[in-house]
Write a protein that binds this ligand. Structure first.
Ligand SMILES: Cc1ncc(COP(=O)(O)O)c(C=O)c1O
Length: 384
């Protein structure tokens, strides 16, 4: 964010590129330009840069480097994990898929593509807060369920799900478990062994890395069916010459994300609570999501009688960047499917504004943003 007066509160859409990441990427572009599959010296230099990054990504989630498959981002990671696990052929073919209607569109798209191939989709029930009932998972897990896919943190609400518990039950029923951790990476401590999942999706740009690069952690012994075939890269799990500078930037972002994580979480949670208290003091405001079980940086608030899109535009004119629902659905006036799944009426869902904080925010920004929200909401209501 180059304008010093601008206040960026849209970290769930993307995080600003970290200066250290820019540095290592510039160096990689200039110096690690060769094809990492080449056996000559320049190729080996590029390979070494990729492998250093692989260890850095694995290190942030408690995995091993050889369990990391680099991809073009969270969307591809979700497709590789979901389609790849469902079609891996390592288990007796089980056609049942179990997920929640609150998942990111990239998860829903991958699941949809499988149902078109004959897989059968089941959905978990969602409470008004967006909580998922553990008992409901048990009720819906059938002997035909082959794959359960659930996010660790919801992209619109910030809700945090008890994946370790859900995964244990799903695996006991013989299903493989995929977790979309794109909104959790670098924002919460992650340990793949403790989560007990089979595959976990990540994306670099949510943590200050570049766009267009991500990874899937795949538990050793699990072989997802490759979705991009041809070349032998990534141990036959994902064909295509590696995005070396992107991967190097992702590795650096993971290294930095692991430093001081506990302090950062506490600071961001305090700022979010400070913001939320002020927002909820505005008459006619209400919180969406699970106040008792959320990731630290997110607050999704609706202001009755003030369409979220107009509030977002009004705030943008004041230099405050926020979002209405998922970034990929902005530009459309369709209400957020996540909020509709919570049982909100379409007009109520259209009033929601998502505030998502990051390490660059401070108290001064939060107080100024809250005051501007109050003024903009009043203006939008008066004009309506
Ligand atoms: C939960 C979740 N999954 C997946 C993605 C997709 O990641 P990418 O933008 O890297 O494709 C996002 C990004 O918005 C997300 O929030």
């Amino acid at each position: 964010v180059s304008d010093p007066t601008a206040i960026y509160l849209d970290h769930n859409a993307t995080a600003p590129l970290l200066p250290e990441v820019l540095d290592v990427m510039a160096r990689a572009l200039a110096q690690a330009w060769a094809n990492p599959s080449s056996i000559h010296g320049p190729g080996r230099k590029a390979r070494s840069a990729v492998e250093t990054a692989r260890a850095q990504v694995a290190g942030l989630i408690g995995g091993d480097a050889d369990e990391i498959v680099f991809t073009s981002g969270g969307t591809e990671s979700n497709h590789l994990a979901i389609r790849g696990l469902a079609r891996s052929g390592q288990r007796p073919r089980r056609p049942g898929l179990l997920s929640s209607p609150l998942e990111h569109p990239s998860v829903l798209g991958a699941l949809q593509s499988l149902t078109e191939e004959g897989f059968a989709q089941r959905w978990l029930e969602v409470e008004a807060s967006g909580r998922l009932a553990v008992q409901d998972l048990e009720a819906r897990l059938g002997s035909d369920t082959g794959l359960v896919s659930l996010a660790l943190v919801n992209h619109e609400l910030g809700n945090l799900y008890p994946i370790a518990d859900l995964a244990r039950r799903a695996r006991a029923a013989g299903a493989l478990v995929h977790c979309d951790a794109v909104q959790a990476l670098g924002r919460l401590p992650l340990d793949v062994a403790a989560l007990g999942v089979d595959a976990l999706s990540m994306s670099a740009h949510k943590i200050g890395g570049p766009k267009g690069v991500g990874a899937v952690w795949v538990k050793r012994g699990i072989e997802p069916a490759s979705q991009l075939t041809g070349g032998h890269q990534e141990h036959e799990r994902r064909a295509g010459t590696e995005n070396v500078p992107g991967i190097v930037g992702f590795g650096e972002a993971c290294k930095l994300a692991g430093r001081g994580l506990a302090d950062r979480i506490e600071r961001i949670a305090r700022l979010r609570d400070r913001l939320e208290e002020k927002l909820l003091a505005i008459p006619g405001s209400r919180l969406h999501g699970d106040a008792a079980g959320r990731a630290p940086g997110v607050s999704n608030v609706g202001f009755s009688g003030a369409p979220g899109q107009l509030v977002t535009i009004g705030l943008d004119l004041e230099g405050v960047a926020v979002a209405t629902g998922a970034a990929c659905s902005s530009g459309t006036v369709a209400p957020s499917p996540v909020l509709l799944a919570l049982g909100l009426a379409p007009d109520e869902a259209r009033e929601a504004v998502r505030f998502s904080l990051g390490p660059g925010n401070d108290e001064q920004q939060i107080d100024r943003a809250a005051a501007l929200v109050e003024a903009v909401v009043a203006r939008v209501r008066a004009a309506a």
